[in-house]
Design a protein around this ligand. Structure first.
Ligand SMILES: Cc1cc2nc3c(=O)[nH]c(=O)nc-3n(C[C@H](O)[C@H](O)[C@H](O)COP(=O)(O)OP(=O)(O)OC[C@H]3O[C@@H](n4cnc5c(N)ncnc54)[C@H](O)[C@@H]3O)c2cc1C
Ligand code: SF4
Length: 329
């Protein structure tokens, strides 16, 4: 049995106390929400914070509130709450659906939206016990200096495997970050970095304190997920597709892929073929063919990477067919 290492635990009641603790303990501290990612990682010694700051006791970080033209979601709101909330289901069905597809019912009742957006990147050579990693020699992401996936590479290619991340980018969600030095709000697209180690632009002393979803008037959005077992697994491909329809014509379109790189891959440029048109199976196939070229999965997650790349075409077609209300082929 793998045990947690020793650590000091704090349970602040206010955001100000949490960011003061982060500032005081610096890189040796980590925040935890549901703990469904951090604690397994600590058991495998992938992360070894001496101090853990629990966010679940901070009421201001929890809940779903409707504002003028937007919906604000607290980061410790659980995935179960997101998936079952009537306003999220009605106005942001792709987000509710993506949250519902994360792992299992137990983990969705513990796991949070904030934790899902900040989820550590994954790799076959990294998501292993300490002894496994030691036996093959550690890699760049933790304790080593080589990448076993691409030994000549100067960077880590661990994969962004969050279900809600591509949806948040496609929704153009705004994320609020607070530290002891102040606060800032950034687009979800700027939050994720294409680097397996430094995969967030969140600074180590910042806490994600709010997720703001803009109104989706006229937009239709879908999320499609590929994984080995439909009841359980992380995505090995996620497709978030959205179209803004007016009088049967596409006025705008967005397309974001998950689990094919170290960050969500924004393929919106390829979806522009649809703009100004009445969508057809042919135009959708054209978008899917171009999106396929942009997906470059590597051999560091589940199933065959060449097959995963091929499936990009299939899943993009499915997601766009769904949002454009066409009958599946
Ligand atoms: C068996 C299994 C299957 C899983 N399947 C999936 C899946 O299919 N899809 C999927 O997306 N995920 C999956 N997960 C991962 C995880 O359960 C979810 O991503 C969950 O949403 C993580 O949320 P959490 O609150 O538990 O995160 P935590 O473990 O609490 O935190 C995760 C990371 O985010 C940071 N963090 C958390 N909250 C904040 C905040 N407010 N500000 C700054 N940093 C923060 C933590 O420091 C940590 O690094 C799976 C996990 C397991 C164990
Ligand atoms: S991509 Fe390379 S450096 Fe990154 S976790 Fe995998 S083996 Fe390690």
């Amino acid at each position: 049995m793998m045990r947690l290492p020793r650590f000091e635990y704090f349970a602040p009641r206010e955001v100000a106390q949490a960011v003061d603790l982060l500032a005081r303990y610096g890189p040796q501290a980590a925040v935890v929400a549901g703990g469904t990612d951090l604690y397994p990682n600590m058991k495998r010694r992938q992360q070894d914070p001496a101090v853990v700051i629990g966010l679940r006791g901070i009421r201001a970080l929890h809940g779903i509130q409707a504002g003028e033209g937007f919906l604000r979601v607290g980061p410790t709101t659980t995935l179960h709450e997101i998936a079952t909330h009537p306003v999220v289901q009605r106005q942001y069905p792709a987000l509710a659906h993506a949250a519902k597809l994360v792992s299992t019912p137990h983990l969705r009742r513990m796991g949070t939206l904030g934790g899902n957006l900040c989820l550590d990147t994954r790799c076959t050579y990294y998501d292993q016990s300490y002894h496994w990693r030691k036996s093959v020699d550690f890699c760049k992401k933790k304790d080593g200096d080589i990448c076993w996936v691409a030994p000549g590479s100067p960077r880590c290619w661990a994969v962004s495997s969050s279900d809600t991340a591509p949806v948040a980018v496609a929704l153009q969600a705004r994320l609020r970050l607070v530290s002891a030095h102040g606060e800032r709000t950034i687009d979800a697209g700027e939050f994720f970095r294409d680097d397996g180690i430094f995969y967030l632009s969140r600074k180590p002393d910042e806490i994600l304190t709010g997720i703001e979803l803009p109104a989706l008037d006229g937009w239709r959005m879908a999320y499609q997920k590929l994984r080995r077992r439909g009841s359980f697994d992380f995505p090995i491909l996620g497709v978030a597709a959205a179209v803004h329809m007016q009088d049967g014509l596409v006025r705008d379109a967005r397309l974001v892929l998950g689990a094919v790189g170290s960050s969500p891959v924004d393929e919106t440029a390829h979806a522009q073929v649809l703009v100004g048109t009445r969508p057809t199976r042919e135009t959708i196939a054209e978008v899917a063919a171009n999106a396929y070229k942009g997906a470059r999965p590597l051999d560091n997650t589940d199933l065959n990477y060449a097959w995963r790349k091929k499936m990009t075409r299939v899943y993009v077609e499915r997601a766009l067919t769904q949002v454009c209300n066409l009958e599946p082929a």
